[in-house]
Design a protein around this ligand. Structure first.
Ligand SMILES: [Zn+2]
Ligand SMILES: [Zn+2]
Length: 385
């Protein structure tokens, strides 16, 4: 097993993707080492670029750094400026932080404006709204007059309702973010109930598939635990497979055993998500546009056609700032937002300890004011309450 970082991957650290053949891929996806005189942990991700040539696009994200690292390198906005992160997950989907822990982490990180965007769930948003209003009621303070110790920046964070729908149609998979939808009597909430039923059905189909295809048997009490989760997905089943010795690690469990099986009718269509968000007065945004649902890489005309189609359904924005984007991709996203006249959003896709992404890491180095389409989004979302 290699221990040193392959020389051609050093380029990744400078946030330029490199293209590698299968045999050159890093065999560990995390390295700890010195990079430019700084100690860091770096995660490598690969996206299939060209199936025929079997070359992979590899890029790196900084996972954690020692204290002497400056904020610019960490790609967070500098302390004292407005920090925003509009894409994060809690235990209501596949994050590891409870809503309460996440709110505390947001305060600790000094984030000014945030949104929780669980997969097909709005439960954590309700919880966070409640926690925020309890703090306000207890202290009797308004947003303009709050405890300066509560955040590094002296303000209570502003919260925007969020959700991330997993969608699919004939052309592929999409993650559609919904922001600032009304929480009462809500079409978005209804749609999450429908997706929850679909997800529970998928869980049962996956358990049967693993039993019938590989002879993997899960004890009934473990299946009950899975059924009790709000959104049990491949990571949860993967963890259980590792626990029972059916796979050496979660990614092998997912890639080797779970990914080959696609349960039928597993997703809502993107237009359903977009129309529900709009019906609730919300703002639909295409998440991490070049990644589809994370497995796909969509670029060029395919991406433009996708945006054009979603815009016809009522799409209003693109997630142009994203922890996984390299500068070139960020630039491309901003160009597309201009071309299609769409809002811009910024999100990390933080999942707590379940993914190697820091809270607040949106790759956004400028003030939101420097990006008028982002500023316009914030204004529109915050005005909705
Ligand atoms: Zn997503
Ligand atoms: Zn997400």
């Amino acid at each position: 097993m290699r221990t040193a970082l392959p020389a051609n991957l050093m380029q990744c650290i400078r946030r330029e993707p490199v293209y590698l053949g299968v045999s050159q891929l890093p065999d560990k996806n995390i390295y700890t080492g010195e990079f430019g005189g700084l100690k860091a942990r770096v995660a490598f991700d690969c996206n299939e670029k060209d199936r025929e040539k079997l070359t992979y696009r590899v890029y790196a994200s900084l996972v954690s750094m020692v204290e002497q690292l400056n904020c610019e390198t960490k790609r967070k906005m500098k302390s004292g400026e407005k920090m925003i992160d509009l894409h994060m997950h809690t235990t209501a989907s596949d994050g590891s932080d409870s809503p309460e822990q996440l709110l505390e982490a947001v305060r600790q990180a000094g984030i000014h404006i945030f949104s929780v965007t669980d997969h097909d769930s709005t439960a954590a948003c309700r919880e966070i709204q409640k926690l925020i209003s309890e703090v306000r009621a207890e202290s009797g303070r308004t947003e303009e007059n709050c405890d300066p110790e509560k955040t590094k920046t002296g303000e209570q964070p502003r919260f925007i309702n969020g959700v991330e729908f997993s969608c699919e149609d004939e052309e592929g998979k999409y993650h559609i973010l919904g922001y600032a939808y009304k929480p009462e009597d809500s079409r978005v909430v209804q749609l999450t109930e429908e997706t929850h039923r679909m997800r529970m059905n998928k869980l049962e189909l996956r358990i049967s598939y693993l039993r019938e295809t590989y002879g993997f048997v899960f004890p009934e009490y473990e299946i009950k635990k899975l059924r009790a989760l709000n959104n049990p997905g491949k990571p949860h089943i993967g963890n259980l497979m590792v626990k029972l010795g059916y796979a050496p690690d979660r990614s092998t469990a997912i890639e080797k055993y779970l990914n080959p099986f696609s349960p039928p009718n597993g997703h809502i269509r993107p237009e359903e998500a977009i129309r529900s968000i709009l019906a609730d007065g919300g703002i639909p945004v295409l998440a991490h546009p070049i990644y589809g649902d994370g497995d796909q890489l969509i670029l060029g005309e395919e991406l433009e056609a996708r945006i054009r189609k979603l815009q016809e359904f009522g799409l209003k924005g693109l997630e142009c700032f994203y922890s996984g984007f390299v500068p070139k991709e960020q630039k491309l996203m901003l160009q597309l937002a201009d071309q299609f006249d769409l809002y811009v959003t910024a999100g990390s896709d933080y999942h707590g300890t379940n993914k190697l992404i820091s809270l607040g890491d949106t790759g956004l180095e400028a003030e939101p004011e420097a990006v008028p389409r982002l500023e316009a989004f914030l204004e529109a979302a915050l005005a909705r309450g």
